[in-house]
Design a protein around this ligand. Structure first.
Ligand code: 13P
Ligand code: SF4
Length: 337
């Protein structure tokens, strides 16, 4: 009976995404989280799009590729993944023996949602002998239907690794796919998905900003639409954008990606100015609503109660892992980290 009720509680919590409990407002969350790290031999991995307080308490902050590399090599027993669900799944696939917890189970991704595995399986049947390259922003099930995963840091290397006589299906991001086609000169069959955050930037408003700040460099993530990329002085993954602002002589930058990255830019370059690229209406749409579901409170709770946990079947882990391992091999060969 006791076991049953514990199991039920676990399921309820997992569905809810986090424990709905009142925390003592006096609780020093940073100190508590640091104590939990030691007590549970846990590591906190955070994406650049997380809120600054989460980035600051994390052991490692990085882009999707760096986070997966870190998940594969960490000696910790538990990974608290402050990012979105597909990222935590990737960590679980690479470290199946570890417990992977996430502050909010509902932290999804519009790209991942755009490409349900059963629908993609039918789509794929139309293109026999094509190599399937999937952006890592997809479900574990989709990864089982994929030959090689990629991130925005290594997509060019992944596509260039495929023999010229092989067709390629690229899923799920059509904007990243179009950008890779341009860089590599390879035509690909593209899935029609897009990121809700990167699609919203306004070319007109960025142009107006540039007129106001002519000295500023425009930098953009390749998930942005072609019209925005065409205005950009530099296009790259989150880690690429971060490197660019540190090494480029310019003093100000208009940044077309999720605004969480500005925290590391400001920390690394305190003397420079970073202007978030404006969305095409008055919303805060340059913030990813999925990434922003996580909070310091939820991070504390998920580490304390080790819930919600990311769980995947052995078959999914085995089949999805091949496409991620292939990506990591190509990245290591290209010296990407
Ligand atoms: P990066 O791999 O560049 O960090 O991108 C992750 C992401 O979700 C972009 O929207
Ligand atoms: Fe997905 Fe876009 Fe959010 Fe990245 S920013 S997690 S691609 S919805």
């Amino acid at each position: 009976m006791e076991i049953e009720s514990t199991l039920k509680m676990e399921t309820d919590l997992a569905i809810k995404g986090y424990l709905d409990i009142e925390l003592d407002p006096e609780l020093d969350l940073i100190a508590e989280i640091n104590a939990l790290k030691k007590e549970k031999n846990a590591v906190i991995l955070a994406h650049y799009y997380q809120d600054p307080d989460i980035q600051d308490v994390a052991d490692f902050v990085g882009d999707s590729l760096q986070l997966s590399q870190e998940a594969a090599r960490t000696p910790a027993d538990m990974i608290a993944f402050a990012g979105v669900h597909f990222m935590a799944e990737t960590a679980k696939i690479l470290s199946p023996q570890k417990k992977v917890v996430i502050p909010d189970l509902k932290a999804g991704c519009s790209l991942s949602d755009s490409c349900p595995a059963p629908v993609f399986a039918k789509f794929k049947e139309q293109y026999p002998n094509h190599v399937v390259v999937s952006y890592v922003n997809c479900t574990a099930e989709l990864k089982t239907l994929t030959d090689i995963c990629c991130t925005s840091s290594n997509a060019v290397h992944v596509v260039n690794s495929i023999p010229l006589d092989r067709g390629i299906i690229f899923a799920p991001d059509k904007n990243l796919a179009a950008y890779i086609e341009k860089v590599t000169g390879r035509k690909m069959v593209k899935w029609d998905g897009a990121c809700m955050v990167h699609e919203i930037f306004s070319r007109e408003k960025i142009t107006k900003l540039k007129i106001k700040h002519p000295e500023a460099k425009i930098i953009a993530h390749p998930e942005c639409e072609e019209a925005v990329l065409a205005l950009s002085d530099y296009i790259g993954s989150t880690s690429g954008l971060l490197k660019f602002v540190q090494t480029n002589a310019a003093k100000s930058f208009i940044v077309a990606t999720e605004s969480g990255i500005l925290h590391q830019m400001q920390l690394k370059c305190p003397g420079k100015t970073f202007i978030p690229a404006p969305p095409n209406n008055l919303c805060a749409c340059n913030e990813c609503p999925h990434m922003k579901r996580n909070s310091l409170e939820k991070l504390y709770i998920c580490m304390k109660y080790e819930l919600p946990e990311v769980r995947l079947s052995e078959n999914v882990i085995r089949d999805a892992r091949k496409s991620i391992d292939r990506m990591l091999e190509i990245s290591a060969h290209a010296g990407l980290s």
